[in-house]
Design a protein around this ligand. Structure first.
Ligand code: UDP
Ligand code: MG
Length: 309
């Protein structure tokens, strides 16, 4: 069956939001000009969402359930969505209705104008903590500065992509992934549409600080060597300092000054360099661990139940 639009929603314990998600997506998609499907990727839910997804799929042929064997994480769930989506245009949306499905027609309109990636830009966010908003804002700006790809700031995964783009993304099987970065990296014609990010429909965020940190590390290591180069920069800076300091200290000593002597100076220098070296080792470790994971080449996810691709 030819499908024109695929909507992908990753689901991790979204029992309460699911019926409303289905209702609002259906209302929007039925108003468009083509066949559509809703790919619900169950990322190892344990709150009954899985059964709810199966039930929706039984009642509504638009729903395609992909059910993971365990929790693999939001980014991997999106990837599975790409793998199973059949549409000419593929839309990723959060299941908690923070991304309003009502924006989809506008995205589709921009797609029809010839844009291959239409990403939604969060012009406003409501119902989120001060901490979340600040860390998110900081995160997007740091990523923008240190990575080689210009990932638009304040964009999430909410976006529409053309089949051409999805086919390219499907060939990128990296394990530690940052989908919105990948979709910027591929190029093509990209355009943003602003929207107001709503509060969660129900339940709690599934992104505790630890997961946010992991995502940030994936984004940085996946798109930048900057942390690795940092060791070189700090190394040059401290070596430069030493080259200047050696004659200064020698002259001070010859002139009999006591200015630079004592335990504290030595201790501080040792602690500083020791710290820098350990941090650099840690940074190396992050990259090596990721290399090791890639080398193992395990499947990105394991499905318990899924439709034919
Ligand atoms: N999600 C997922 N796997 C996870 C965590 C989250 O599939 O391990 C889904 C979640 O169900 C939601 C989307 O990813 O549809 C975004 O998560 P959430 O709304 O909790 O993140 P936030 O909006 O707070 O950043
Ligand atoms: Mg959310």
């Amino acid at each position: 069956m030819a499908v024109k639009y695929s909507v992908i929603a990753p689901i991790f314990n979204e029992f309460e939001s699911l019926p409303e998600l289905h209702r609002r997506v259906t209302a929007v998609m039925d108003g468009l000009d083509g066949t559509w499907e809703l790919v619900l990727v169950d990322d190892g839910s344990s709150d009954g969402s899985t059964e709810r997804i199966r039930e929706l799929a039984r009642k509504d042929k638009h729903v395609r359930p992909v059910i993971f064997a365990r929790n693999f994480g939001h980014q991997i769930a999106i990837t599975a969505g790409w793998d199973y989506a059949r549409g000419d245009a593929v839309i990723i949306i959060d299941a908690d209705l923070q991304d309003p499905p009502e924006l989809i027609p506008e995205m589709v309109a921009r797609w029809k104008e010839g844009n291959e990636v239409v990403y939604a830009v969060r012009a406003e966010r409501e119902g989120e903590s001060w901490f979340k908003k600040t860390t998110a804002a900081l995160f997007y700006r740091i990523i923008y500065r240190i990575t080689d790809v210009k990932i638009p700031v304040d964009t999430g995964d909410f976006r529409l992509m053309d089949r051409k783009v999805v086919d390219v993304l499907k060939t990128m099987r990296e394990r530690h992934r940052f989908p919105r970065g990948m979709s910027a990296w591929v190029g093509f014609r990209q355009v943003g549409v602003p929207y107001k990010r709503a509060a969660r429909h129900a339940g709690e965020t599934k992104y505790p600080f630890k997961k946010m940190l992991k995502l940030a590390l994936n984004a940085i290591t996946g798109f930048s060597y900057f942390p690795l180069q940092l060791a070189t920069y700090v190394g040059f800076a401290s070596a430069g300092l030493a080259i200047v300091a050696i004659p200064v200290v020698a002259i001070l000593r010859m002139t009999g000054s006591q200015f630079f002597f004592g335990q504290a100076t030595t201790l501080i220098a040792v602690l500083f360099l020791g710290g820098v070296q350990l941090i650099s080792l840690g940074v190396l470790g992050e990259y090596i661990g990721r290399l090791y994971d890639e080398a193992k080449g395990r499947p990105l996810y394991i499905v318990r139940e899924a439709p034919e691709k």
